[in-house]
Design a protein around this ligand. Structure first.
Ligand code: MF3
Ligand code: CO
Length: 289
């Protein structure tokens, strides 16, 4: 059914179509005619949803800041979990990992050769030389946000330090590759180039993801790829970039003891940083800063 200039926009903003997504639709149809891969318009968030996701992301960042402030040698990952859980619920929010697909804790803590989805445990204590990813995800009023940071505990080897720094640069390169009406392959290409140039590898089995109304939405955001390929990045999309970078090979396996924790196949170190982004008409906003 054709929508008229003066009708209400399909996004639910309550604005007239011509003042809202009319030019979006012209661009969408043009790129579709050119043969590009177009995701359904349902991946585009409206203003109200974006506002909700931003409020969720604000708490998510506060949680990560709290971890940054409190993390120390000798601390158990269970203690990090308690910090995250208590702060999140004190803000009227819910830790998204808790009970997600049966995940038992309120954040993921992945140390050294653990790639992602490490489970906090009172028996796991941070020791000098460890590198740890803390992956925090928040639900506020039904809206999701997701980000992670690395921490280096005590005296860390030069090689581990370099991995942590390069993985952070990979996230930044990935973010800089995001352009409205660009391609998801641009992100993967930028991350992969930087990681491999530094002698590291990029995990294939996990990626970033759309989010906002659910924890994991379309599309899957690969951290490897080729420029100018893949689905088109559209204004109004919210998704994560969260490259997992390995010191050795990119292969991983899931720990059979808990069915969650991904570990490098060769037990080399792995590092990851993550942000949630919003694509705007002329660029991006990092929502989890
Ligand atoms: N936070 C992870 C991500 O970045 C997802 C973790 S799923 C969980 O997508 F259940 F392990 F929490
Ligand atoms: Co994520």
């Amino acid at each position: 059914m054709k929508i008229n200039r003066n009708d209400d926009c399909w996004c639910g903003s309550g604005k007239k179509y011509k003042k809202c997504h009319m030019s979006f639709d012209e661009k969408y149809e043009e790129m579709k005619r050119q043969g590009h891969m177009m995701l359904p318009r349902t991946v585009v968030k409206n203003e109200e949803q974006i506002k909700g996701i931003k409020e969720s992301a604000k708490i998510n960042t506060e949680v990560l800041d709290l971890i940054s402030e409190k993390i120390h040698e000798g601390m158990s990952t269970e203690e990090i979990n308690t910090l995250v859980h208590e702060y999140t619920v004190s803000k009227g929010a819910i830790p998204a990992p808790l009970n997600y697909g049966g995940f038992p804790k309120s954040l993921c803590t992945s140390i050294n050769e653990e790639v992602c989805h490490g489970i906090p445990d009172s028996k796991i204590k941070l020791k000098s030389g460890d590198i740890i990813n803390t992956d925090v995800s928040t639900i506020l009023n039904g809206y999701f946000s997701d980000a992670s940071r690395m921490f280096m505990i005590g005296e860390v080897s030069e090689e581990a330090k370099r991995l942590v720094e390069v993985s952070r640069e990979c996230l930044i390169k990935g973010i800089e590759a995001v352009k409205p009406w660009g391609f998801f392959g641009d992100i993967g290409a930028a991350v992969q180039e930087h990681a491999e140039k530094n002698g590291f590898s990029v995990v294939r089995d996990f990626g970033g993801h759309g989010l906002g109304i659910q924890f994991h939405e379309d599309p899957f955001v690969a951290h490897v790829g080729e420029k100018g390929t893949g689905p088109v990045i559209m204004p109004g999309m919210v998704f994560t970039i969260e490259p997992m970078i390995n010191q050795g090979g990119y292969e991983v396996f899931v720990d059979a003891d808990n069915d969650w924790t991904a570990i490098t196949e060769d037990y080399s170190l792995s590092a990851q940083w993550e942000h949630t982004l919003l694509v705007t008409e002329d660029g991006i906003e990092i929502l989890t800063y």
